[in-house]
Design a protein. Structure first.
Length: 132
């Protein structure tokens, strides 16, 4: 089973946010939270709240009967899209004006369990190791 959490209109460029999102994509939730806690970027604060929200959404889908700690949750998908751009003008020499673009972004995180939840139709994909 998977759960989604979205964060919209973050006042930061998508490029800066992607630097941090690339570090947590595919990680276990516990590892991702630890990575974000010790990352010295503003994006890490936003993403830590978002990962915790995705875990809470996963637990809510099971009506609060199951704890996320027992099902080996991992970040299945994490991506950043550019949002709206607010345009401002800054005075420049000789009576001109330079355009300032204040960028925003939208972040989407999907978490999924690796251990199957009993009694749920939407089961997790079993991870198989191929031995050569």
């Amino acid at each position: 089973m998977q759960a989604v959490a979205k964060l919209k209109n973050v006042t930061m460029s998508a490029r800066k946010m992607r630097l941090v999102v690339d570090n947590i994509r595919g990680q276990k939730v516990e590892d991702a939270i630890n990575i974000l806690r010790f990352t010295k970027k503003e994006a890490a604060v936003w993403l830590e709240k978002l990962v915790r929200s995705a875990v809470a959404n996963w637990e809510y889908k099971l009506e609060g009967n199951e704890s996320a700690d027992e099902y080996n949750l991992y970040i299945k998908t994490a991506f950043v899209d550019g949002g709206t751009i607010v345009k401002r003008f800054r005075p420049a020499p000789h009576g001109r004006a330079h355009r300032i673009r204040k960028r925003t972004n939208h972040v989407t995180i999907i978490v999924e369990n690796r251990i199957a939840v009993p009694g749920v139709d939407d089961q997790a994909v079993v991870v198989e190791e191929v031995i050569n």
